[in-house]
Design a protein around this ligand. Structure first.
Ligand SMILES: *Cc1c(COP(=O)(O)O)cnc(C)c1O
Length: 369
């Protein structure tokens, strides 16, 4: 890494969070590592969570599943989203479990040689995204899959409002329970709880929690997890401007007096979106406003007092919680971290030290020590 802009990922915190979640829910853990582990690096996070006691990894697509297989991940792997029945050979060869989410999908799969395909049935209970709404249809799908030699590994559903609505979550759970009972089958995996539900919803039916964001220490239902992520850059220039000077594209900001304007190498191409204009970030130990439009590669900050070039800028991290940044941008932590682009080097902390610097677009990842 030559440019001083990086995302920090504390693998120790992730491991501690996995252990804490597992200890709390006392079920198996399915770590959801879709979208390159929410932007944190799928293989590094996969290694960490499996060592910390996770039992399976789930991703969103066959592409993501193959990315993990190609990097050497060998244990259980589930695709939560849609797949093309034409691709079942790849899934069978690579021992990847697919989600059965509609009669059309099941017919597509069972019209081919699907012997040995591992399947989790998806029950639709309130998201209206993918899954079987009707129990009779689900029963028929199960029968057809079994008849054609598929392995029925699991059954699951997904909650829509686990963070805010206990009644709706309970209703969704009851629909799921009815479906599971109607199947009358000893599924190895029964799962419905995402991060928020895993942390407060207690059910006697499921045997696994399916968690994503809470692994990184973010939750709207508890503050006992350890935040694991940060985004940083460094000031590379500071200038003193007099009153009436424009800053940035469109001159949307004009100084009102003598001002110190710093420039740092982060912009919207890194995922630091233009909506950050007017927000504050931490420079050294003072809060500095983002002034002028955020550029593709750079941003200008108004320093309330002098700070030297080279000063550390925290976009979010130990002092500015990711949740606070998300609220100020009218979004959720998930979106902010998923948008941090491949240009930003990922720095991994392990045993309290910088263990690895990864930027696939710059070099293959390198391990120091
Ligand atoms: C993303 C996802 C999860 C994980 O959600 P979190 O809120 O990050 O815990 C679980 N299940 C499914 C089906 C998902 O798509």
């Amino acid at each position: 890494m030559y440019r001083q802009t990086w995302m920090e990922i504390d693998l120790d915190a992730i491991a501690d969070n996995i252990k804490a979640i597992k200890n709390h829910c006392r079920k198996k853990i399915i770590a959801v590592l879709k979208a390159d582990a929410y932007g944190c690096g799928d293989i590094q996070v996969a290694r960490t969570v499996m060592e910390a006691g996770a039992d399976m990894i789930a991703v969103s697509s066959l592409d993501e599943a193959m990315m993990l297989r190609n990097q050497g991940y060998k244990k259980e792997l589930l695709i939560l989203g849609a797949t093309d029945p034409a691709d079942i050979d790849i899934m069978i060869q690579n021992n990847i479990s697919a989600t059965a989410y509609s009669t059309k999908w099941v017919k597509g799969v069972t019209s081919r040689n699907c012997n040995g395909l591992r399947v989790h049935l998806k029950v639709e209970t309130g998201m209206n995204r993918i899954g079987f709404r009707d129990i009779e249809e689900l029963k028929k799908a199960k029968g057809l899959l079994m008849l054609r030699g598929c392995s029925l590994d699991g059954i699951f559903t997904h909650f829509a409002k686990a963070d805010t609505d206990r009644d709706m979550t309970q209703k969704q759970f009851e629909r799921f329970e009815a479906a599971v009972k109607a199947m009358d089958y000893p599924f190895r995996w029964i799962h419905c709880d995402n991060s928020d539900a895993s942390l407060w919803f207690r059910d006697p039916l499921s045997n696994a929690c399916r968690v994503g964001i809470s692994m990184y220490g973010y939750s709207s239902v508890t503050d006992r997890l350890k935040p694991a992520l940060g985004l940083y850059t460094k000031i590379f220039m500071v200038k003193q401007l007099g009153p009436g000077e424009p800053v940035g594209y469109g001159s949307t900001y004009v100084t009102s007096g003598d001002e110190l304007i710093a420039t740092a190498p982060i912009g919207y191409a890194d995922g630091f979106i233009r909506a950050n204009q007017g927000r504050k970030v931490l420079v050294d130990n003072v809060m500095a406003e983002v002034v002028g439009r955020v550029c593709m590669d750079q941003v200008m900050l108004k320093l309330p007092e002098s700070r030297p070039e080279g000063s550390l800028v925290e976009i979010f991290g130990k002092h500015i919680p990711l949740q606070q940044m998300a609220e100020e941008l009218n979004t959720i932590p998930y979106e902010i971290i998923c948008l941090i682009s491949g240009r930003v080097t990922r720095i991994y902390i392990k045993n309290g030290e910088r263990a690895e610097e990864a930027n696939e677009r710059l070099t293959k990842s390198s391990v120091n020590g």
